[in-house]
Design a protein around this ligand. Structure first.
Ligand code: GRF
Length: 192
């Protein structure tokens, strides 16, 4: 089964998924292939890693489109050219139109760096610190029309430690993201 991964930046979650696929474990079982990595930014660092791994990459630059609808239409064309069973959002920093979300309903997932439904949106780690949370974490969820809200597929929690900064907390959470995202995808793929 083909997977297309969408990124906007560093792509460490994407890299974790690629590595999990290369290591075999779930690749043999699920016959999954990272068909492409697609970014809305040509300078996304993760594209370099993907190319080094021999994975096809594509850039659909949102700044070239007058509307979200036009961008999403081109994005969908690009994604569909790789015939994915699953679309994986991995640090993809664009809000998607309802039409786009509907097109991939049930076969698009996202990872968000909070224990949803707490702290959807941006600056999750600082908000968790400000709220005095004792635990933070990450959530893998199905993508639905509402931002950071679909059915939860996996979560991991980490402690908030005394003296934590947003960056320190983010790094602790990110380590867990790299573990739960490949696993959640492995669990989901057989049903697609
Ligand atoms: C991750 O924390 C992810 O949960 C959030 O953005 C970050 C992306 O990191 N949506 P990376 O690009 O996967 O390294």
């Amino acid at each position: 089964k083909n997977i297309v991964i969408l990124i906007s930046g560093g792509g460490s979650n994407m890299a974790a998924i690629v590595r999990a696929a290369q290591q075999g474990g779930w690749r043999e079982r699920l016959d999954a292939r990272i068909a492409a990595v697609v970014s809305n930014r040509a300078d996304a660092k993760g594209l370099v890693f993907a190319r080094e791994q021999g994975i096809p990459t594509a850039v659909v630059d949102h700044k070239q489109f007058a509307t979200r609808e036009a961008f999403d239409e081109q994005l969908a064309c690009t994604i569909d050219s790789f015939q994915p069973s699953l679309v994986v959002l991995a640090g993809f920093m664009r809000i998607l139109t309802p039409g786009f979300v509907e097109r991939y309903q049930g076969r698009m997932v996202n990872i968000h760096p909070s224990l949803l439904p707490a702290f959807p949106g941006l600056h999750t780690h600082q908000r968790a610190l400000d709220a005095g949370c004792r635990f933070a974490g990450a959530t893998v969820h199905q993508v639905t029309a509402e931002l950071d809200f679909g059915p939860i597929l996996a979560q991991a929690a980490v402690p908030v430690l005394p003296g934590d900064t947003a960056d320190a907390l983010a790094a602790r959470v990110l380590t867990q993201e790299h573990l739960i995202y490949p696993r959640a995808i492995a669990d989901l793929l057989p049903a697609l």
